[in-house]
Each structure stands twice: as C-alpha cells, then as structure tokens.
Write a protein that binds this ligand. Structure first.
Ligand code: UDP
Ligand code: MG
Length: 339
C-alpha cells in the first residue's frame, strides 16, 4: 500500500467541543497542500466526555480519518506515540487538538521543509495568547532550566507542534524508552531541524489538560530522560562536605585541647561529621553508576545512519540498522545465565 503524502496526528483528551471544527480546519489545510492524499489520525486518550463518539462520526463521514481509542488515559506523550506508531504518511504533522496550533500553517511549514532540506520543522512559540501568567512563567522557567541541565540541546519554547519526514519519525520510533518526552527525543534524533516561529492561539474550547501535577511529571521525565546531572550533584555535595569536615576537625581539636567542652561532645561530633561525609561520598558513587546503568537500560540505538548511497533498499537497510544496534532479549538472558 503506498503511503499517503501527509499524516496529521492529533492526541485528544476531552475535546468533544473542538473536534468538528478541528476536523474541518485540518482537512481543509491538508487538502490545500496534498489534495486527498492525506490521513488524519485522531487518538482518543481515554476522554471522559463524548470525544470518542464524535471521532467515530467523523471517521464514518471522512474516509481519510483514522480514529484510535486508547484503553484509558495514558497521557499526552503516550497518546501521541500511539498516533505516530500507527500513522503511515511520508510527512507527519503533529498538532494539538485544541486549535492552539493553527493547522493552516502546514503549507508554510512544508515550504520551509523543502526549501531548507530539513527533516524536522518545529514550531517555536512567539506569543502565547490566553494563557495564564503562571503557565507562561513556569513554561519559560522550565525550558531554561532544561536547557542548562541536559546534554541534548532542546529548542526553547517549542511544543510538539512540528512537521517531520518519515525517516525522522522512524528514528524517533526506534527510541524504546517508557518515560517519553517527545520534543526532546526528536531533538536527540538529529538530522536537519529548523525552527518555525508562530503565534500560539487561545484554546478553542474547554480548558488546559496540563494542570501543575502533569507539568511537573513532564518536567521530571524531561530532566531524567536527558541528563544525569542531578545524580552528579550528590558527588559534588560530598566534596563540599569533605572540605567542611576538615574545618570542623580543627574546631573539634581546638575544643579538645582548650578543655572548653562537654563530656562526649568530641567523639559524637567526630562520628557524625566523618560518617556523613563518607555516606554522601558513597551515595554519590552509587549515583554515578546508577546514572550510567539508567542510560544503558534505555537501550537506545547507538547511532543512526542518515544516508545510504547507491542502493534501492535504503529504507529496509535503515530499518535493519536500527534493529541491529539493539541487543535481542534472549541474548541478554543467556548472558545473565553465563555469569
Ligand atoms: N492531551 C491528551 N492526553 C492528556 C492531556 C492532554 O491527549 O492526558 C492532549 C490534548 O487533548 C491536547 C494536547 O494533548 O490536544 C495538549 O494538551 P493541552 O491543550 O491541555 O495542554 P496545553 O496546551 O495547555 O499545554
Ligand atoms: Mg492546549
């Protein structure tokens, strides 16, 4: 089956009020650039309203709609993953269901993609309409902290709104981790990625599904998924503590020799100070190992091939490459037995 030229992937949670207009605008925008050669993948992320029924109606009326119903609310990033796994297009547009990201921009994004020979065109928010000061401030702070602690440069003020080529998507889908921070993972994948500034609109209807708790969880996934810096902080702390305890040792010795002391104070302090320094040091060491183990246990492919010249089987070979860098499960099991 030939791939459609464009897939639009949309995770939806309690969006019944927006879905009909969303479909109309996305379908019109897609038709404007590729005619009928597109698909619209709607993922229902366990909505508690009538979203699923509306989606079924849309799918019945428009053969280009693929509606997917998840078993429960899995969260935005996993719903998006499900949609990306299932879509078949040569180009993939990721978009929010609430019409904060104008689907009409797809035409310009496609133009940018072909002009820049890019694999990813990611939308960068210039303005955010109708969002609270708190949301804007936490989002701004989050992206800046993330940028400082992570080793993968993740573009600032960028959501999941982006246009990707099939090979960039396939590379993204080869990352097997459970805790998914998709905009960071796309950045990690590499290839040529170019920004696309736009003004973020207000929500069409309903309210944000990202309350503080979900934002914090996403932030933690982002930091732990792309950096082991927090683990390293323990060993830095231990070095500082070791310095402090040397100073304290002088003070304790002074107390001992000057005789100005309470009985038993010297030994108690010695034990507390020395032991806590050692404990911190050991924790830091464990942190270093745990961090590496954590990175390993993700089993990301070691590298990704961007181009292969002169074969007609480029796609198949690339797929094989991604598979080959992963260790098959039975091999891990037998290696464990051999030890
Ligand atoms: N969403 C989802 N599952 C969730 C929460 C959100 O699929 O558990 C979808 C939601 O329908 C929307 C997108 O993720 O299409 C972004 O969510 P929202 O607009 O609430 O976030 P905000 O724009 O406020 O950051
Ligand atoms: Mg939104």
């Amino acid at each position: 089956m030939p791939r459609p030229a464009l897939s639009v992937v949309i995770p939806c949670y309690n969006e019944e009020a927006t879905l009909p207009l969303l479909h109309a605008r996305v379908a019109a925008a897609a038709r404007g650039v590729v005619g009928d050669d597109h698909e619209i993948v709607l993922v229902n992320d366990g909505s508690r309203d009538d979203s699923w029924r509306v989606m079924q109606m849309l799918a019945a009326a428009d053969p280009r709609v693929v509606a997917v119903n998840l078993s429960r609310n899995h969260g935005h990033q996993l719903a998006l993953t499900a949609g990306l796994d299932l879509c078949a297009g040569e180009q993939i547009l990721i978009i929010d269901a609430d019409l904060q990201d104008p689907p009409e921009l797809v035409a310009e994004m496609r133009a940018t993609m072909s002009r820049e020979q890019a694999d990813v065109v990611y939308a960068v928010r210039r303005k955010r309409e109708g969002e609270t000061l708190f949301k804007k401030a936490t989002a701004a702070a989050f992206y800046r902290v993330l940028d400082r602690v992570t080793d993968t440069p993740i573009p600032l003020d960028t959501g999941d709104f982006r246009l990707m080529t099939r090979r960039a998507l396939d590379a993204l889908l080869s990352l097997p981790e459970q805790a998914r921070f998709i905009r960071g993972m796309v950045a990690w994948v590499g290839f040529r990625q170019v920004p696309f500034p736009y003004d973020r609109a207000e929500r069409h209807a309903g309210e944000t599904n990202y309350p503080l708790g979900k934002m914090v969880r996403l932030a933690l996934d982002a930091v732990t998924g792309f950096s082991t810096a927090p683990l390293r902080w323990a060993s830095h702390l231990s070095v500082m503590l070791a310095g402090c305890s040397v100073l304290l040792l002088f003070y304790i010795a002074y107390g001992y020799f000057s005789g100005a002391r309470v009985q038993g104070w010297t030994s108690t302090m010695l034990v507390v100070v020395v032991l806590s320094a050692i404990q911190m040091f050991v924790l830091g060491m464990i942190g270093e190992y745990l961090g590496r183990l954590y990175i390993e246990s993700k089993r990301r492919p070691l590298y990704l091939v961007a181009d292969i010249a002169g074969t007609a089987h480029g796609r198949a070979t690339l797929g094989f490459q991604a598979e080959a860098t992963r260790i098959p499960d039975d091999q891990v099991a037998s290696a464990a037995l051999a030890e």
